[in-house]
Design a protein around this ligand. Structure first.
Ligand code: WTA
Length: 637
């Protein structure tokens, strides 16, 4: 599809930006007109950032799946909606047209109905990267159920915490997931999670890897058997549920500075409008383009830029089941050539890890269909930016560095491919509708250019977080309380002399490991659950491949005799409590932590030690016990 809201050159960008600030309601109303609604909105926006309470397209009615599927059928029904590339290069790939996807979503919506799913029910999805994952999400949206996708790297304990928080009574999972050389036993992990969740009524299991699974009578059903029942019923048409613009579309859990992940809630209409607007503009999507986002759908990037925006734009989304470096470091490039990919969107971590293999894996790869390259999830260092630009884009393809968050729903700061200028390691300029500002610790605006501060947004955009599920006060405290009348991102930011934005990293206690957000408090809680641990403090440190590594300082009741063994045991506990993504890279056993007289841990000092910058530790005289710092320095691992 083409959209009138696609800006085509720098002047159009500037005009759109100015209009979006001068008259945001008219601006977004014009954009929203290009979507399919059951009923148009009465007014465009009501908002305050104090409660907070933000509503877009008030009293508008729609179902996002009619925008993702139905509207494309008449003209583009036979166009590929999803191209699926399996983990194993020898397995056949799949192409699913819009007609087929529509049919499959309708079928699975019937399965949900047959199993008693109703509008507003929360459904947890814990699957590998198979086409049935977006099918399950869209089927939930079709019947008005709220999906909560959980990334496959989270443990049973994390899943059960999220199930309880969301009150999810339904689960959709797979027997297992292929990732690289591994077969991850997803259903077994779900079974462990459900030991403490007897409120779960139904688990629907898709057969992907055929590993043995236990199926509990009265609770667990097979996806394919449920589909057979629907076929026997004659595949009845499921009427897409009419949703209010503000009805929740999904919940996605993300880490913050407290110990417990928050369920970020996105709305039906605002999310759809902004995700699609940003997709069409940032990547300059043209009809027929093949878009390959390498993220996992378990994260917001996959929700927004594998599933919802690409389909709303009538595009073709390539999804890949496996890992970029498996079976070898040329795999991504083979996929690009095989499927004639035009847009490649990946994370700096993936670029750095591929860079480490040198140029051999690129031999014989054409990469000549590529038009646009994108990065997301963490700051990209200049070296990786140039490598991507030179060796993958062959200096022909604009590189877009897209800054955004789970809470923002879509890309907020980025150059627009070929439309606005790029600058290595800079996210550059705000998208139309986004009003960034920098503030100092007191919340005073930092004006002018060539300045640094904390990044805030002063005006709502359609896909702003609506609430944290079940706890609105938490949403207020996390994002709207630090500075009055502003959304606070938690990121530090530099604005250069030309007004380009460069994200410098989190200023709160959130780590970004391989582009994944992990709260230090979460990791500490997990470590503290290990027997014999008295206290721990976790900080990030620069890591060549992952961006940030996790460094844990741990006080034990007794210093372990076999430190190596104890480290392995603690890692196992972190694996159990959160999942492999939160495993510390380094664990140092210490006898004390640097604390102020009031008992607060001085993380600044620990960060410096973890970074190896001993000379930058600064004044330690205000500490309760300054000697502790010397001990920690000497024992650095
Ligand atoms: C970081 C991922 C620098 C940032 C979409 C943000 C980035 C957090 C960039 C959100 C970027 C994301 N440059 N840093 N282009 N993109 N970040 O919620 O710290 O998983 O706050 O969303 O990732 O991570 P999340």
């Amino acid at each position: 599809m083409s959209f009138a809201f696609q800006v085509k050159n720098f002047d159009e960008y500037k005009q759109a930006y100015e209009k979006s600030v001068a008259d945001p309601e008219q601006f977004w109303s014009d954009v929203a007109e290009e979507f399919v609604w059951r009923r148009k909105w009465d007014s465009v926006l009501e908002w305050n950032f104090t409660q907070p309470d933000v509503k877009w397209f008030i009293n508008g009615k729609l179902n996002i799946t009619e925008n993702c599927l139905d509207r494309h059928l008449a003209k583009h029904g036979e166009q590929p909606a999803i191209i699926w590339e399996p983990n194993d290069p020898n397995e056949q790939h799949k192409v699913i047209t819009y007609n087929e996807l529509h049919f499959k979503v309708n079928q699975f919506a019937n399965v949900l109905k047959n199993n008693g799913v109703k509008k507003g029910d929360r459904i947890c999805i814990y699957m590998g990267m198979v086409p049935e994952l977006p099918i399950a999400m869209l089927a939930c949206a079709r019947v008005g159920a709220i999906h909560s996708v959980i990334f496959g790297g989270f443990s049973a304990q994390s899943i059960s915490d999220r199930l309880k928080d969301a009150g999810a009574e339904f689960i959709i999972t797979c027997d297992g997931a292929f990732r690289g050389g591994k077969d991850i036993a997803l259903k077994a992990i779900i079974d462990d999670a459900l030991v403490a969740c007897d409120f779960v009524k139904t688990v629907i299991v898709y057969n992907r890897t055929s590993i043995p699974v236990s199926m509990i009578k009265g609770r667990d059903v097979w996806w394919h058997e449920e589909i057979e029942k629907v076929e026997a019923q004659g595949n009845p048409v499921v009427h897409a549920e009419e949703m209010d613009a503000e009805d929740p579309l999904f919940i996605l859990y993300t880490s913050g500075s407290t110990g417990k992940p928050k369920g970020v809630v996105h709305s039906s209409a605002g999310y759809m409008v902004y995700a699609t607007y940003s997709f069409v503009n940032v990547f300059q999507y043209q009809p027929g383009d093949i878009h390959f986002c390498t993220a996992d759908i378990g994260w917001i990037t996959g929700h927004s830029y594998i599933v919802y925006s690409v389909l709303c734009a009538g595009g073709t989304s390539l999804m890949y089941e496996g890992l970029p470096t498996w079976p070898d470091a040329g795999r991504l490039w083979d996929i690009v050539d095989k499927h004639k990919v035009n847009i490649l969107y990946t994370a700096p971590t993936a670029i750095r890890s591929l860079m480490a293999y040198g140029l051999n894996p690129l031999e014989g790869k054409k990469l000549d269909t590529l038009k646009v390259l994108g990065t997301v999830g963490e700051p990209i260092n200049e070296e990786a930016w140039h490598w991507y630009d030179e060796h993958i884009g062959k200096k022909r393809c604009p590189v877009v560095d897209t800054w955004w968050q789970t809470e923002t729903g879509g890309i907020m700061l980025s150059n627009l491919a070929g439309v606005t200028p790029s600058k290595p390691s800079y996210a550059t300029l705000p998208l139309p509708g986004i009003q960034p500002m920098l503030v100092d610790e007191q919340g005073k605006e930092i004006m002018g250019n060539d300045v640094s501060g904390n990044l805030c947004i002063r005006f709502p955009w359609p896909s702003i977080i609506r609430t944290t599920y079940g706890d609105h006060e938490r949403c207020r405290l996390n994002y709207f309380a630090a500075y009055s009348n502003l959304y606070f991102t938690g990121d530090g930011c530099y604005r250069d002399a030309q007004g380009n934005y460069r994200i410098t990293g989190r200023v709160d206690d959130v780590l970004n490991v391989s582009g994944h957000r992990i709260g230090t408090a979460e990791v500490e809680n997990a470590i503290n659950m290990h027997t014999g641990v008295l206290e721990s403090a976790v900080v990030g440190y620069p890591h060549d491949l992952k961006g940030q590594g996790i460094y844990a300082f741990v006080i034990m009741e007794q210093l372990p005799e076999d430190a190596q063994n104890m480290r392995a045991d603690i890692l196992q506990t972190v694996n159990r409590v959160i999942g492999p993504i939160a495993r510390p890279d380094k664990i140092q056993f210490v006898t004390g932590l640097p604390k102020t007289r009031s008992g607060k841990i001085m993380r600044r000092i620990l960060r410096k030690i973890a970074e190896g910058e001993m000379s930058a530790i600064g004044d330690t005289t205000t500490l309760l016990d300054p000697a502790v710092v010397e001990d920690i320095k000497n024992g650095r691992v």
